[in-house]
Design a protein around this ligand. Structure first.
Ligand SMILES: NC(=O)c1ccc[n+]([C@@H]2O[C@H](COP(=O)([O-])OP(=O)(O)OC[C@H]3O[C@@H](n4cnc5c(N)ncnc54)[C@H](OP(=O)(O)O)[C@@H]3O)[C@@H](O)[C@H]2O)c1
Length: 300
């Protein structure tokens, strides 16, 4: 049994991961900004801007799962929201690092999120963990985030970073956003629709976090994507079929996406064929390899 604290544990991934860890008999608490009284899980507070953090978990916890960060698709990328996306990840990681550096604690492992946005938006090549990183805004966020997390190694703490693809869940995120217009008969593929989306079922992602926390041979960076990416058009049509709705509109052209979403359009239209070979080589077995098995589970 392991004792975990999950930063950003109130979010999409954190909630599912908490449930999974508790089902397996672990102790779980959450590090977050507010008091979510609806959750029975113990909650510790931090204020990243003020560099304030409740430290009472430090000697009761073995593993930090670091997920906190302002949603990258939650709002339009104004200058102030870009700052929030950046600071919520980099300043929060620095605060955790300084807290562990300057206080007695029992932490042995940190498993942190990053994102495949680090590779940029348009690559014909299969992207593995050694592929070049890009110079987009998201890539810069991910690179600085990862560099801050890797500093925990200097404290003798094992570090694993999961560069996460698009998370498929029935409780929010990508599937909900794609489903909304489809349900209103205004669903459409985006851009050419041919761009590859590297996705992962949320249950596989949770099992990856757990394997990363338990397997002491795992260190460093791993892509967290399913083995078989799929095109935007195919995923859109398959979700529509699961909802028993037609796709009647033509694809939304890229220039309209850019008018609507500005800089964020490039992320939405990204073409990324990301490899999961490295994590498979350390023994990770996917429950959901292909989009049909994932959607069947999510829409049952
Ligand atoms: N979902 C995806 O498709 C996907 C893909 C790639 C990478 N990721 C990364 O994986 C992590 C978890 O994803 P998720 O989908 O579970 O995210 P989420 O649902 O947006 O939850 C993230 C959590 O971070 C905390 N947070 C939000 N804004 C914050 C801010 N300004 N400062 C500090 N904390 C803040 C919130 O917790 P509190 O309110 O309790 O503080 C929130 O519940 C994120 O870092 C995300 O970037 C997700």
């Amino acid at each position: 049994m392991t004792s975990y604290i999950i930063s950003g544990g109130s979010g999409l991934v954190g909630k599912r991961l908490s449930e999974t860890l508790l089902e397996k008999g672990n102790t779980v608490s959450i590090l977050g900004r507010g008091n979510d009284s609806s959750s029975p899980i113990k909650k510790y507070k931090w204020d990243i801007e003020k560099s304030e953090i409740d430290k009472s978990w430090l000697k009761e916890t073995d593993t930090i799962i670091h997920l906190a960060g302002a949603g990258v698709a939650a709002k339009k990328w104004t200058a102030s929201y870009k700052k929030e996306i950046y600071n919520s990840r980099i300043q929060s990681t620095k605060l955790l690092y300084e807290t562990l550096k300057n206080n007695p604690h029992t932490i042995k492992t940190i498993v942190a999120s990053s994102a495949i946005g680090i590779y940029g938006n348009d690559s014909e090549k299969l992207l593995d963990e050694s592929s070049p990183t890009s110079n987009t805004f998201l890539a810069e966020v991910c690179r600085d985030w990862e560099n801050e997390v890797l500093k925990f190694e200097t404290l003798g703490i094992r570090v694993v970073i999961l560069r996460t693809g698009i998370v498929l869940s029935k409780n929010g995120g990508f599937v909900s956003e794609i489903s909304k217009p489809i349900k209103l008969f205004v669903g459409a593929a985006l851009g050419t629709g041919k761009q590859l989306l590297s996705w992962i079922h949320i249950d596989d992602l949770c099992m990856m976090y757990i394997q990363s926390a338990i397997d002491e041979n795992m260190t460093g960076i791993y892509n967290a994507v399913a083995p078989l990416p799929e095109s935007n058009e195919t995923i859109t049509k398959k979700i529509a079929a699961r909802l028993h709705k037609p796709i009647m509109l033509p694809n939304i052209p890229s220039f309209i996406m850019k008018l609507l979403f500005g800089e964020m359009a490039a992320m939405i239209l990204a073409n990324q064929n990301v490899s999961c070979e490295k994590i498979q080589k350390v023994g990770f077995h996917f429950k959901f390899n292909d989009i049909d098995s994932a959607l069947k589970d999510l829409f049952q």
